[in-house]
Design a protein. Structure first.
Length: 145
């Protein structure tokens, strides 16, 4: 009888113990319009909750760098208001500072190569994981679809 109760306990506890831990976006990701062949923005999600971003809008002749904080609760990944510094490509002359409003996205999947999520407006986004130690290719074309 004791063996039956122990077995029953283990079987009923298995789904609770086997539930996967939420996967987080910690790492460096590429935002791309061509499935990761080229990138117009790099985002680095750090384990301490810091988010760093950099990229270029070559069509506008501008580059940008910024930082924010991020957190994840279940399938909701939230980013605080993001401060962005913009500069002219070539000269590096500072252009100005901008802020992107805070938002929470719904995480659809995160795996070794992809981070897919839905923005609050329903738009789907996909990021591509990159090696954080690899040089970032700044031949970027933001906004060009």
């Amino acid at each position: 009888m004791k063996r039956i109760l122990t077995t029953a306990f283990l079987i009923t506890s298995l789904p609770v113990m086997a539930q996967p831990q939420p996967v987080t976006p910690v790492g460096t990701w590429c935002q791309s319009n061509d499935y990761g062949v080229s990138c117009f923005q790099y985002l680095t999600y750090q384990a301490d909750g810091t988010l760093l971003t950099q990229g270029q809008y070559t069509e506008m002749g501008m580059g940008f760098e910024g930082d924010a904080t991020w957190s994840q609760q279940g399938n909701q990944a939230c980013i605080s208001e993001t401060r962005i510094d913009t500069y002219k490509l070539g000269s590096g002359t500072w252009v100005g500072e901008a802020y992107i409003p805070a938002r929470c996205d719904t995480v659809l999947t995160i795996d070794a190569d992809h981070f897919r999520y839905r923005k609050p407006n329903g738009e789907l986004e996909q990021l591509f994981r990159v090696d954080p130690d690899a040089p970032k290719q700044l031949e970027l074309t933001a906004g060009g679809h």
